[in-house]
Write a protein of this length. Structure first.
Length: 623
């Protein structure tokens, strides 16, 4: 025992630890001895899994031994920004056939990975382990999400090309792990196929043809049961004046489906076959097959809403599709929640996503007529305007017929009422409709739509939103000022976003908090020239939709004490008969403009009180 320190000293003398100057912070840091790793290099661990596993640290390749060590690294790489407990890691690696010392084995493998990648590459926390690395699969999925939100087809095509360049082969090639084999590899391959099909659709839309034939022959050989790929191959061949080869391709897929599944090709493929036989140029076929990707971009710095998103997830378990109605007051972020969830589950709807702003509370103008929205959807789905039925009911029938048998997500934003929404709901199984509104649409929920109410963010979530927008260090450096700003915004994401925008141009949060929170008119500090981000404008849209009696009650409750008032007290404050107070309070509640603080006691919440105080008491007209 007494000789061990001497042996350590002798070993260090033979192999002294490497020290390298770290230019990032001018400190020296020890390395593991296998790969020199500086503090800056810890931020440059590169793990590639879209093909054979490849690891580089500070630009240098690192050999990760075979077996469970590679599996652990791949599992950690596919869980970015999330700690994973040792039990979950063990299950992901071994499946149900866990060794008796699984937790200890995971800890041993983590220690070995740290020696390879650098001690800072894997963080430990109360909830397990987190890998700090740049992972090609994570970048790939991120590029696909960005591409899906693009409105310009050329930009979307370029992003999909960039994503395609990241793909090197079968994901996790040479890595064995139960979770990777059963979940992640199939998921990545499915996302890749859908992305490639979408990219080829866009290439065809841009006029490509012959240059796609080789790629499509390879894809149909590897994935012979995907009819969409065969339709694209037939279209490309027909475009290249190789009509006989296009017809041969149809016969090949016809025999294949008959032999393998005992079915005939679907309607789209059969119609394309007939078009080629007639000598059509094939344009109508690929236009009809072009999948809609109409979702707006996600909100930057989206936080919270875990309960609401989980509630929406229950729609995916319904085999017959369904609908959900997301409701909340002005500035609460109903659209942000809908768009966030829609992007998150977009790959579950391989036939695309439709979006329409119903303008239910927009000004100036009027709510979008359902027939106008249906016309737009029909054109998006490939039906030229001159082919639309004349009667509105027939157009709605055609719209629902086109959706029958498909899996589409339909997002109907800012709805005024149930009558505006009902004609736009898909009728077939497999489709899901998301409806957002400032008012509770009980007519839809009574018919089975899932109600998803949106409340204010918590104080912790509000701080997290500011951290996303302004940076963690800046927000935590001035906690008192941040608490004042969070309190003023009262959990409204729109108000927090406006504050963050002002703070980005303001050097000190304390000074900003003093200006905003000390103002007699706080809405002045939360307003701007853009109606989409003007809080006062957002409030006025909801107020303008009220009837005269409800407006009068709103103004009266706005100047009442913060704890609110009873119906009798509200009637006295508003100088209205008590008999009319009940319907007025119900209308305000339906529009999310009052909350019931305690049974029978109603109050105007948060910044809405400041808005109500600005209104002339005798004015019963829409502002």
């Amino acid at each position: 025992m007494g000789q061990r320190p001497d042996r350590r000293r002798a070993a260090r003398a033979r192999h002294p630890p490497v020290r390298s100057k770290c230019p990032a912070d001018h400190r020296y840091c020890k390395t593991s001895g296998e790969v020199p790793v500086t503090v800056a290099a810890l931020r440059t661990v590169q793990v590639d899994v879209l093909g054979p596993l490849s690891v580089r640290v500070a630009g240098r390749p690192v050999a990760v031994g075979p077996g469970r060590l590679r599996a652990l690294l791949a599992v950690l790489a596919m869980s970015p920004r999330h700690f994973i407990g040792p039990d979950r890691l063990a299950t992901a690696i071994w499946g149900q056939d866990l060794p008796g010392d699984a937790r200890r084995s995971v800890q041993t493998y983590v220690a070995r990975l740290r020696r390879l990648l650098g001690s800072g590459a894997i963080r430990s926390g109360r909830d397990g382990y987190l890998l700090e690395a740049d992972v090609d699969a994570v970048r790939y999925l991120r590029v696909l999400d960005v591409a899906a939100s693009e409105q310009d087809p050329d930009t979307e095509r370029e992003r999909l090309r960039a994503a395609s360049a990241l793909w090197r082969g079968t994901p996790f090639d040479g890595v064995r792990a139960a979770w990777l084999d059963q979940v992640e590899r199939p998921r990545l391959i499915d996302r890749r196929l859908r992305a490639e099909e979408r990219r080829i659709d866009l290439e065809l839309a841009a006029g490509a043809g012959e240059q796609l034939i080789g790629e499509l022959r390879e894809l149909t050989a590897v994935h012979p049961l995907r009819e969409r790929l065969w339709a694209q191959l037939m279209t490309a061949l027909h475009r290249a004046d190789r009509r006989s080869e296009a017809l041969d391709a149809y016969q090949a897929v016809y025999r294949l489906l008959d032999d393998e599944l005992g079915v005939t090709p679907g309607t789209g493929l059969r119609e394309l076959h007939q078009q080629i036989l007639r000598g059509d140029n094939g344009r109508a076929a690929w236009v009809a097959a072009l999948l809609p990707r109409q979702l707006p971009p996600r909100t930057t710095g989206f936080v919270g809403r875990a309960v609401e998103l989980a509630r929406l997830d229950s729609l995916l378990a319904r085999t017959a599709g369904g609908s959900a109605v997301i409701t909340g007051g002005p500035g609460a972020g109903t659209t942000s929640v809908a768009v966030q969830w829609a992007h998150r589950v977009a790959d579950r709807f391989p036939d695309g996503q439709l979006y329409a702003n119903l303008r239910g509370f927009a000004r100036p103008g009027r709510p979008a007529p359902p027939d106008e929205v249906v016309r737009g959807f029909l054109e998006t789905l490939g039906v030229p305007a001159d082919r639309h039925p004349t009667a509105p009911a027939a157009r709605i029938g055609l719209y629902r017929s086109l959706l029958a048998g498909r899996r589409l997500l339909v997002l109907l934003d800012d709805a005024a009422d149930a009558e505006q929404v009902r004609p736009l709901l898909p009728g077939g199984e497999g489709c899901v409709a998301l409806v957002t509104s400032r008012v509770r649409i009980t007519g839809l929920t009574a018919q089975g739509a899932l109600p998803v109410p949106i409340d204010a963010l918590s104080a912790a979530e509000s701080r997290e939103l500011l951290e996303h927008r302004l940076g963690v260090d800046r927000v935590r450096a001035e906690p008192v000022a941040v608490d004042r700003l969070v309190g003023l915004c009262a959990g409204l994401p729109l108000a927090l976003a406006v504050v963050a925008a002002r703070a980005a141009l303001h050097p000190l949060l304390g000074s900003l908090a003093a200006d905003v929170c000390g103002s007699r008119a706080p809405l002045d500090a939360l307003s701007g020239t853009d109606p989409a981000t003007d809080l006062r404008e957002s409030f006025s849209r909801s107020y303008g939709a009220l009837g005269p009696a409800a407006r009068r009650l709103f103004r009266a409750l706005g100047v009442a004490c913060a704890t609110g008032a009873t119906a009798t007290e509200a009637a006295l404050l508003a100088a209205v008969p008590l008999s009319g107070t009940g319907p007025g309070l119900a209308e305000l509640s339906r529009h999310h403009l009052v909350v019931e603080r305690s049974p029978g006691r109603y109050a105007v919440p948060g910044l809405l009180r400041a808005y109500a105080a600005e209104l002339p008491f005798g004015n019963d007209r829409a502002s």
